[in-house]
Design a protein around this ligand. Structure first.
Ligand SMILES: Nc1ncnc2c1ncn2[C@@H]1O[C@H](COP(=O)(O)OP(=O)(O)OP(=O)(O)O)[C@@H](O)[C@H]1O
Ligand SMILES: [Mg+2]
Length: 504
């Protein structure tokens, strides 16, 4: 490996195996990380990436294998133990205390002790400094639950930088981050590596891996497939190793523009301070994107139509008929299905199994005389999960599914329910490249062949360009432009930015 061997590695794992019930999550995996280098871990959803780093972070006890740090064998009895040894894991799923302040969360478990116990003023000061270093203005005395998902992610990252950890692991830290924060994060990680930290980085964004990693390890089905210097592994080869085949076209062909009648018309939607007078329509067969910079109202437009937040004013029409705003369950009854950005808080019931999560909105329809035939329920949910590409057991609490598979369970729910209008916020967040291609073509088929429609909010312009028929651009709560997916990325970004410059 480029002259670097396990001998000079800081962290060395050998023969790590881990089984959960019937799932062999890891099978005899060897892995090593070097001080001063950024080592990326890639693989499909369920490949075992999170399981591997949780083993390093002391959260999972491996069934077999050894871990050594700086030449010494380690046996972590828990995360605190791993933390003492100098290892810090930033989880894939946020693990912050929502009612505690930002500063409290940053220092959780590492509180600074002053003469009279904990020195909150010192911690507040240090936390504020840390965020300044990260290039962020965050009031560290606010309850963490009030922050946006992206800001909460930065709190997790700040936690990793307050002490001199020897190994820092980030499990999909950018899935919820806007591009500017991603850039800042990369600068911080490069800086940490330059100071001798071993950084382990998991992401499905392969362009990020290209920009950031020194070394790349590919896992597939719980096994180690390859470890190479990043310079020797191009993206196409990386995908082939991950997926087992080449993916030539991430996005399905678009076909002719839909001439069908509108499914949904939105007229003068108002929800201050985020949404002012938004009007548009979406036709059967159409995939419509909405792009905006972080916090410019696109999320609220989607949530309002889904019934998740009540707008102050505006009119909706479904199939040409007025549709009074109603909460989520009623909107589901109208054939509107919502895939929220935060699938955990708003979408899934984590302690229920996959079957129950898929059948949730159709239970009443399935019930005869108040009784649901479990065989029938399973038939429907298994078929929908198969169509959505869920790989992972459906009979365990969805909490235990890998991140990408949780996303697919939500999609399966709306397939099972016969939803006509898919409202999708970051539909491929945390989804591997092969599954992305499957989701895009699945939604496209649903629209073209069954007259359904999708309204999509995404952070990446290129995703909207590849997936959508038209792209509406929002800025400061208003629709400011309609773009073609063939317009350049720069033009679409300029539309989102331009209005901002004019109005300020
Ligand atoms: N606590 C658990 N109980 C049961 N199965 C589990 C548990 N944790 C992980 N698994 C299973 O182990 C396999 C590996 O999961 P893991 O979370 O490591 O995947 P991953 O590579 O991180 O995927 P993703 O990219 O979707 O996050 C999956 O099939 C997952 O469902
Ligand atoms: Mg994972």
């Amino acid at each position: 490996m480029n002259g670097r061997s396990q001998d000079d590695a800081l962290l060395v794992l050998t023969g790590i195996s881990k089984r959960f019930g019937s799932t062999q999550a890891l099978e005899a995996v060897d892995f090593s990380a070097h001080a001063g280098r950024i080592h990326a871990l890639v693989g499909e959803n369920g490949a075992g990436k999170s399981t591997l780093v949780k083993t390093i972070g002391g959260i999972n006890l491996p069934d077999a294998g050894t871990i050594s740090l700086a030449g010494r064998l380690q046996q972590f009895s828990g995360p605190a133990d791993a933390s003492r040894a100098g290892i810090h894991l930033v989880h894939q799923e946020l693990a912050l205390l929502p009612n505690n302040t930002v500063a409290e969360n940053v220092f959780l478990g590492h509180e600074l002790a002053g003469a009279a116990g904990l020195s909150w003023s010192a911690m507040n000061r240090r936390a504020a400094e840390t965020f300044r270093h990260l290039g962020l203005e965050i009031d560290v005395t606010r309850p963490t639950g009030e922050l946006s998902t992206a800001q909460q992610q930065m709190v997790e990252i700040a936690r990793a930088t307050i002490r001199d950890f020897r190994v820092i692991i980030l499990d999909e830290p950018t899935a919820a981050l806007p591009p500017a924060d991603t850039e800042r994060l990369f600068a911080v990680l490069r800086d940490l590596a330059a100071r001798g930290t071993a950084v382990i980085y998991i992401s499905h964004r392969l362009d990020e891996i290209r920009a950031l990693a020194d070394d790349i390890t590919v896992l597939k089905d719980g096994r180690h497939v390859a470890t190479r210097p990043a310079a020797e592994l191009d993206t196409a080869s990386m995908i082939r190793l991950m997926v087992g085949r080449a993916i030539d076209d991430l996005f399905p062909p678009r076909g002719p523009r839909s001439q069908a009648a509108p499914i949904l018309q939105v007229d003068g939607l108002i929800d201050p301070p985020r949404v002012y007078d938004v009007s548009f329509e979406i036709r059967a067969g159409e995939i419509l994107g909405i792009y905006g910079l972080e916090g410019h109202g696109q999320d609220e437009v989607l949530s309002a139509i889904a019934g998740a937040r009540r707008p102050v004013g505006g009119q909706l029409r479904l199939d040409g008929k007025p549709l009074a705003w109603a909460p989520v369950p009623t909107m589901i009854g109208h054939g509107i299905g919502f895939i929220p950005e935060d699938r955990k808080a708003e979408g899934l019931v984590l302690d229920l199994d996959g079957h129950a999560n898929v059948s949730l909105p159709i239970l009443r329809r399935l019930a005869r005389h108040g009784w649901v035939n479990p065989r029938r329920e399973r038939e429907i949910t298994t078929r929908a999960a198969g169509e959505a590409g869920v790989r992972g057991a459906l009979d365990v609490p969805v909490r235990r599914l890998s991140g990408g598979n949780q996303q697919k369970v939500l999609l399966a729910r709306w397939l099972a329910a016969g939803t006509r209008l898919f409202l999708m916020n970051q539909p491929t967040r945390g989804v591997d490249v092969g599954s992305k291609a499957e989701i895009y073509s699945l939604v496209r088929r649903q629209c073209v062949e069954h007259g359904k429609a999708a309204l999509v909010v995404a952070r990446e312009i290129t995703e909207l360009q590849g997936f959508c028929d038209r792209i509406l651009v929002m800025s400061r709560g208003r629709m400011v432009a309609e773009c073609s997916p063939l317009d350049s990325e720069e033009a679409i970004l300029a539309a989102a930015l331009g209005q901002e410059v004019q109005t300020s």
